[in-house]
Design a protein around this ligand. Structure first.
Ligand SMILES: Nc1ncnc2c1ncn2[C@@H]1O[C@H](COP(=O)(O)OP(=O)(O)OP(=O)(O)O)[C@@H](O)[C@H]1O
Length: 230
């Protein structure tokens, strides 16, 4: 579903690579935590998969596409295969909960009938039924992240990328978000989550990929946040 072959990213000529010859394969349905200290290359890894950045070396394959060869006009099709969730939620502040989720379907040309039946289902899945008319600022952080997840998943993409989705949430709220991501993963969606949240990683015992200075230094099944904690 996602494969990096010696993927390298050098942002500025002469600078140290942000990602240094990383090879890894993530299968359909996997749940993977991407860990590593600040600056280790996690965001770069995610950006390469989204084609927000291009590699300076190596090859990247996502959802059956060789991204090195993907022309710019096909990038929106790639992005339909990938739901993305961020630490800062990135909701549209002037739209309601319902409208935020519906908008993701409108922009890909879904008809009104489809939208009217799909959005309530998705809001039910994330536990927000009854809050359709709220504005984002009328929601807690955890609820805002649930809206963001509903929006990312409403089109049932095969891949969900999450960049620090619990970074702004308290531990109890984070557990709820992880339950939701686990549920989405169980539908067959590949989940790749960059995180600094050691408690979450240690609780979930999923595959852990660790970056250090841009290099892949660990790929562990049913892993923990830091090996020294085992
Ligand atoms: N657009 C850019 N231009 C130049 N250098 C960059 C750019 N983006 C990232 N870098 C550098 O690449 C390295 C990896 O950064 P990256 O953001 O991928 O790390 P990260 O693991 O996501 O960090 P954090 O946990 O703080 O988000 C860092 O040294 C960073 O300074």
């Amino acid at each position: 579903m996602i494969r990096l072959d010696n993927a390298t990213k050098v942002y500025k000529r002469g600078a140290r690579p942000a990602l240094d010859s990383v090879s890894v394969e993530i299968e359909r349905g996997d749940f993977v935590f991407l860990v590593g200290s600040s600056g280790s290359g996690k965001s770069t890894f995610l950006k390469l998969i989204l084609r927000e950045e291009r590699p300076t070396g190596g090859d990247i394959y996502v959802a059956g596409r060789h991204l090195n060869k993907l022309s710019a006009w096909r990038v929106p099709h790639l992005r339909r295969e990938i739901g993305a969730v961020f630490q800062d939620f990135r909701l549209l502040p002037n739209k309601t909960v319902y409208q935020n989720v519906a908008f993701a379907l409108q922009v890909i040309g879904k008809n009104r009938h489809h939208i009217q039946s799909t959005v309530p289902e998705m809001l039910e899945l994330v536990g927000l039924s009854g809050k359709e008319r709220r504005m984002p600022h009328e929601l807690s952080g955890g609820e805002q992240q649930r809206v963001a997840i509903a929006r990312a998943f409403v089109n049932h993409p095969p891949i969900l990328l999450c960049d620090e989705p619990t970074g702004n949430l308290d531990p109890g709220t984070s557990v709820g978000i992880m339950r939701l991501l686990d549920r989405i993963n169980r539908t067959g969606t590949t989940v790749l989550m960059a995180t600094h949240d050691d408690e979450i990683v240690d609780q979930m015992r999923k595959r852990v990929i660790e970056l250090r200075g841009g290099e892949l230094v660990r790929d562990q099944d049913r892993g923990v946040y830091g090996l020294e904690r085992v």
